[in-house]
Design a protein around this ligand. Structure first.
Ligand SMILES: C[S@@+](CC[C@H](N)C(=O)[O-])C[C@H]1O[C@@H](n2cnc3c(N)ncnc32)[C@H](O)[C@@H]1O
Length: 245
């Protein structure tokens, strides 16, 4: 079988948590076709001693358990031995990391392999960040109970940049953030529903007018929902037109 365009190796206490999201839609199809590979590694397999211990009490007291460093180091060494890769990024999922945004996902997609380290409890022993991870990534300024959902978000967001993952009808270039701002609003049938109409211009068949409408509405969405992005949207520098539809 040919080598996947992008490989993910996920180190987690709960490999079973990944089954559903990875089986469906574009990700499921990309995995089945071999464009993407996602390997799940049970942290416990690399646990310490006969009981395969993976966590311990936090030094300094205060309660709560911390994931020990050894299983993470050993898991990554095992992955490197079994699956050599020319370019790799070891990513620690953490609420303290750099935010996962469009540009970060695009950058990560340029690597051959991404190793995702998922924490639980109070988190992972700090030495994993210091001595093993290349970077720390957060999915938002909020704390969730484990790194599995954030890891799935990284897998999904990064995979969309890999050629062959999205269907022809979908393209990252037209989505929100690709041009700096937000996407334009989308409508489908019926043309009228519960007194709500699809804007007339979209039914006009006038492709030039549709393009202008989309560009204006995208900018309007950015201005009203994410004013912080207006400066990065090149459409905001074009002269404003009167709105139709
Ligand atoms: C309960 S959290 C630990 C939070 C940590 N004590 C702190 O306050 O920074 C357990 C694990 O969930 C994951 N996690 C929680 N929130 C996250 C976020 N916003 N982004 C990425 N990973 C997150 C991390 O892997 C983390 O080690």
């Amino acid at each position: 079988m040919r080598k996947a365009a992008l490989e993910f190796d996920v180190v987690t206490l709960f490999p079973g948590a990944f089954a559903g999201p990875l089986a469906y839609g574009m990700l499921g199809r990309a995995r089945r076709s071999g464009v993407l590979a996602v390997r799940l590694h049970d942290l416990r397999r690399f646990g310490v001693g006969p009981h395969r211990q993976v966590d311990d009490a936090t030094y300094g007291g205060g309660g709560g358990m911390v994931l020990r460093p050894e299983p993470f180091f050993e898991a990554v060494e095992w992955i490197r031995e079994r699956f050599p890769a020319r370019s790799e990024r070891v990513v620690l999922l953490s609420p303290q990391g750099k935010r996962l945004v469009h540009g970060e996902a695009a950058r990560l997609a340029g690597h051959e392999r991404i190793v995702l380290l998922c924490g639980r409890y109070e988190g992972i022993d700090e030495r994993v960040r210091e001595g093993l991870a290349d970077e720390e990534l957060s999915v938002g300024d909020v704390v969730v109970t484990g790194g599995e959902l954030p890891a799935l978000m990284v897998i999904d967001a990064v995979s969309r940049f890999v050629p062959g993952v999205l269907g022809r009808e979908e393209a990252v270039e037209s989505d929100s953030f690709s041009e700096g701002g937000l996407d334009f609003p989308h409508y489908t049938r019926p043309a009228t529903y519960r007194g709500l109409d699809v804007p007339e211009v979209l039914l006009s068949g006038d492709h030039g007018a549709i393009e202008r409408w989309r560009s204006e509405r995208a900018l309007e969405a950015t201005r009203s929902k994410r004013p912080d992005l207006v400066a990065t949207d090149p459409r905001s520098r074009a002269p404003r037109r009167r709105q139709r539809g």
